[in-house]
Design a protein around this ligand. Structure first.
Ligand code: NAD
Length: 431
């Protein structure tokens, strides 16, 4: 394919070199003529292992050229990749002016050239940017057909060529089959799964991946600080942590939904934070966990109350399905908050109902929710029929069945990803 690459920085230079190696013909575009000159002569504008060789190979094979003219680049290509910078503004926000400017320029060129074109946005940009870019392109292109896709870049500086050739997957955010087919052709031969999703999902995936990486680094650092203080080598600890691919480095605990609870997580986080305070160690990430967890419960309570509902049904009280353990259950906390603000709450939880609450569990309920037995009901049909709002905290087959009887217009707050019939007015916590 004939591909124009806008922005010959880290991403653009690597993309140009790697796509040329795969047999495509590349035209690099940059506002900086020096970068254009370097790339056109087979020299890398950045320090990156193996990039000089690859660029030189592409130039010698006649597959890499550069220009500072947007018009020339668009005229001589079928597809444009945008990889210009999206730096931070002084207030921390995202500066998309370079991206928008390139879209405007490509659109203007298309208005003149009058040939269909595909634009692939590779710069990191917040959800909604691809839609704005398409609008700018269409307005400027004056009727020339233009398709767009967002294709996030996951390369790491220092190993970017390897990352380009062996990505975990290729994500393409588009609703346009023309753009999808074009991007598939660009990456033909790369042996990695291809995921086609809505543009906003693809945009959010990129930010989520980077936030997750930052979170992991910070988490490991804070654990390291605590471990060292206790005479433990933090590297030994983390080396073992990552070997558990069932619960630790795995999809477990990585689905948005309800707050954490139960007899272990709140208690153990609390003990670690106590240790940090005692030792005067700053661990702000770990310290933020209880607050963030409480916020998740409060968010749901606020949303339920905002509907004006007073008769609220809660499906599931224990901290997870199939247990009667109410200790630190976020559902108990939610029920308390709703009652505290004047709601008439009714609860269905068979496991809790049938359990003879004993020991620490009973103590906890007596202390936090002494009237829990009056709130539990074994008449689910009335419970569903009378409800003005429903909160589902567990994905139980019985709850799914019951939700079929929900009156039209009654909001159902789903914090666990439950499947409901079409007439149910579902309000997911993150969906
Ligand atoms: N560097 C990375 O490892 C990496 C990885 C993944 C994603 N990203 C994202 O990719 C994008 C590019 O990052 P980068 O590190 O390559 O940036 P960079 O600053 O190294 O390069 C951007 C290039 O765009 C050029 N440019 C600016 N306006 C232009 C215009 N109107 N026309 C043509 N060229 C123009 C600049 O001169 C510069 O050479 C950013 O959104 C970044 O967040 C970067």
């Amino acid at each position: 394919m004939n591909i124009a690459v806008f922005g010959l920085g880290y991403v653009g230079a690597v993309t140009t070199a790697c796509l040329a190696q795969r047999g495509h013909h590349l035209i690099g575009v940059d506002v900086n003529p020096l970068k254009c000159e370097l790339v056109a002569s087979g020299r890398s504008p950045i320090i990156e292992h193996g990039l000089d060789d690859l660029l030189l190979e592409g130039v010698k094979a006649g597959r890499i050229r550069t220009t500072t003219s947007v018009h020339d680049a668009v005229r001589e290509s079928d597809l444009s990749i945008i990889s210009v910078g999206t730096p931070s503004l002084p207030n921390g926000g995202l500066d998309l002016s370079y991206v928008y400017r390139v879209c405007q320029q490509i659109g203007e060129a298309l208005a003149d050239i009058r040939r269909p074109h595909v634009v692939v946005l590779r710069s990191t940009a917040l959800p909604g940017t691809t839609e704005t870019c398409l609008q700018i392109l269409k307005d400027a292109a004056q009727g020339t057909e233009v398709s767009i896709a967002f294709n996030p870049e996951f390369l790491r500086e220092g190993s970017s060529i390897k990352d380009f050739d062996a990505p975990a997957y290729t994500v393409i955010g588009t609703e346009d089959p023309v753009a999808e087919a074009a991007v598939r052709a660009v990456y033909a031969g790369i042996d990695a799964p291809f995921h086609v999703v809505a543009p906003r999902v693809a945009e959010m995936v990129k930010y989520t991946a980077n936030a997750f990486h930052a979170l992991k680094i910070t988490f490991a650092n804070e654990i390291g600080v605590l471990a060292k203080q206790m005479g433990v080598d933090g590297r030994d600890v983390m080396a073992l942590i990552v070997q558990d691919t069932k619960l630790n480095v795995s999809p477990a605990y990585l689905r948005p939904g309800f707050a954490y609870g139960g007899s272990c997580l709140p208690k153990d986080v609390s003990a670690l934070l106590h240790l940090a305070r005692r030792e005067e160690l700053s661990v702000p990430l770990l310290a933020s966990l209880p607050q963030s967890n409480r916020d998740q419960i409060e968010r749901i309570a606020t949303q339920v109350l905002a509907t004006g509902a007073r008769r609220v049904t809660v499906l599931g009280l224990a901290f997870k399905a199939g247990t009667d353990d109410l200790r630190e259950s976020p559902a108990v906390e939610l029920v308390e908050r709703l009652i505290g603000r004047g709601c008439d709450v009714r609860i269905l939880d068979r496991a809790v109902q049938s359990a003879t609450l004993v020991g620490a569990n009973k103590e906890y309920v007596d202390r936090r929710l002494p009237h829990v037995s009056c709130l539990l009901t074994d008449d689910p049909e009335t419970l569903i029929h009378d409800a003005e709002a429903i909160v589902v905290t567990q994905n139980q087959p019985e709850f799914v069945k019951l939700l079929a009887g929900v009156r039209e217009g009654v909001p159902v707050f789903d914090v666990c990803g439950v499947a409901v019939p079409a007439h149910v007015q579902l309000r997911g916590v993150a969906w």
